[in-house]
Design a protein around this ligand. Structure first.
Ligand SMILES: [Zn+2]
Length: 367
């Protein structure tokens, strides 16, 4: 039996990729009834402790693959070889890869994640001019630059009429976008950028040049990416769960003239706790709660009697626009309530995310 398995496996081994990965791992699929029978036999013959079928198969395969590729076996290697015991079939897939970076959004018409058209849910209609989307998104644009390696397509080798044939199965774009928070569609993301990670499932290849991809993205008018690098899944979880303080700039049109005394008072604000009931505009996707967030600093510059420029430093989750216009009193205190006049925000920019912790974690290589 072993001879037969390995005679066939040898045919597959001639086809396996020998470049594009540094390490490999193995998964052997043996049907449960066989494993149960094996356990019974081992028990009966009091042979417990003797290497089981799965382990012996894995060891033999690991040796053969290491010899063929010159690469070492590792428990979570870059590429996983899957051996099907019943069909004597060897397939493989690359494990997901995670690309971390920071993006700048220079357009006021770009969503962070895929946003399907509300009329056709993505199929394409007159309302969305056939695009299926309300807006283009950072997620789709970034993923597009990796599409050559991230189609999630798996190479499958099957034997037919004595010949090993290569065919593509499961063709689908398989990537996920992770980010540390998000800005509104009409807000720009400036400064050092927002931390994000692109997860590419089952990549076709691990051979790509992140510097080149970054250069290509940065030829765009609407989006920039910087510091692209491969990271671990644990690091991506850190990005996902992070809540960093943020700095914003926003212009405010005031209904009346703002006095110099009032501007002075605004500039003295520090660590002011603000109650924010879920904004009306996001009620459809978030629970209706009152959240308390701290406005750490406020710098107010008067450009015209009724035009202000604000620079705010606030806790994660702070709604800046609502702080300006009060959202029908749902945010309290607000700029409108402090000035006792109608205030309208415009041209909101995120100018800095205080995310130095991520660089620290990358630097000490803890994760
Ligand atoms: Zn549509």
């Amino acid at each position: 039996m072993w001879e037969q398995i390995f005679a066939e496996a040898d045919g597959y081994l001639n086809q396996i990729p020998t470049v594009g990965h540094d390490t490999f791992c193995i998964s052997t699929r043996i049907p449960l009834p066989i494993l149960v029978e094996e356990e019974k036999a081992l028990d009966y013959q009091k042979l417990k402790g003797k290497a089981c079928l799965k382990k012996r198969l894995n060891d033999c395969l690991a040796k053969a693959i290491a010899k063929k590729t010159g690469k070492p076996y590792e428990i979570n290697g870059d590429i996983r070889f899957i051996f099907n015991f019943i069909r004597h079939k060897l397939t493989w897939e690359y494990l997901p890869i995670y690309i971390f970076g920071r993006y700048n959004k220079l357009s006021r018409g770009l969503a962070q994640s895929k946003w399907h058209c509300i009329k056709c849910a993505g199929k394409g209609c007159d309302y969305c001019k056939g695009k299926g989307r309300m807006y283009d998104s950072v997620e789709e644009i970034v993923a597009g630059y990796f599409s050559g390696i991230g189609k999630g397509t798996k190479l499958d080798f099957t034997k037919s009429h004595g010949l090993i044939q290569k065919k593509l199965v499961k063709p689908q774009m398989a990537s996920r976008f992770h980010a540390s928070g998000r800005e509104d569609v009409d807000a720009r993301m400036l400064g050092p950028g927002r931390p994000f990670a692109l997860e590419i499932e089952n990549p076709l290849s691990l051979e790509f040049d992140l510097g080149e991809i970054e250069k290509k993205i940065n030829q765009r008018e609407d989006l920039r990416a910087n510091g692209l690098r491969k990271v671990s899944r644990e690091f991506v979880e850190l990005v996902d769960q992070s809540h960093f303080d943020k700095e914003y700039d926003v212009f405010v049109d005031c209904e009346g003239e703002v006095s110099a005394a009032m501007v002075k008072e605004l500039n003295s604000i520090a660590d002011l706790e603000i109650a924010q009931q879920t904004p009306e505009r996001v009620l459809h996707r978030r629970a209706d709660l009152v959240r308390r967030r701290v406005l750490r600093e406020l710098k107010c510059t008067q450009l015209k009697p009724n035009l202000l420029k604000l620079h705010l430093v606030c806790e994660a989750g702070f709604y800046v626009k609502e702080f300006v216009y009060s959202d029908n009193g749902r945010t309290n205190p607000s700029l409108a309530s402090l000035l006792e006049m109608k205030c309208t925000p415009r041209d909101l920019d995120v100018v800095k995310i205080r995310d130095g912790y991520l660089d620290f974690m990358l630097h000490i290589n803890k994760i």
